[in-house]
Design a protein around this ligand. Structure first.
Ligand SMILES: [Zn+2]
Length: 120
């Protein structure tokens, strides 16, 4: 059970999901990152089904489909630093930087120690 995150926050994700869709170890990581960052972490997206991904023209191999990824809203350079610093300190080794969010996951079946971007 997550300390800092409520079921309603997963319901508000796009697409809506449930906390039960998430791997407990990743929820623990989210809590640790929230604790370390010291700022509220707003979830934009968490669990996504393979069929949802394919409906968006994606491969369906995302860590989101494994329940071990989240996109955290982030709109300032200071908060971006806080979140990335906290994630790395918590042992997250897969980070994606979007214009308005940060993707974090702890998949072990994807490349490790990577930071990518979603810039176009
Ligand atoms: Zn993501």
């Amino acid at each position: 059970m997550a300390k800092y995150f409520k079921e309603a926050e997963f319901r508000k994700c796009v697409p809506a999901c449930r906390m039960a869709d998430m791997r407990p170890r990743f929820l623990d990581k989210l809590d640790e990152i929230r604790e370390r960052a010291g700022i509220p972490l707003v979830l934009n997206s968490a669990f996504r089904s393979v069929s949802y991904e394919k409906s968006k023209g994606r491969s369906g191999t995302s860590a989101h489909c494994l329940g071990c990824a989240a996109d955290i809203r982030c709109n300032t350079s200071a908060n971006r630093f806080r979140i990335v610093k906290a994630a790395i300190a918590a042992g997250i080794s897969r980070i994606g930087i979007g214009k308005t969010y940060i993707h974090l996951d702890n998949s072990v079946s994807h490349p490790q120690q990577v930071i990518w971007d979603y810039y176009e």
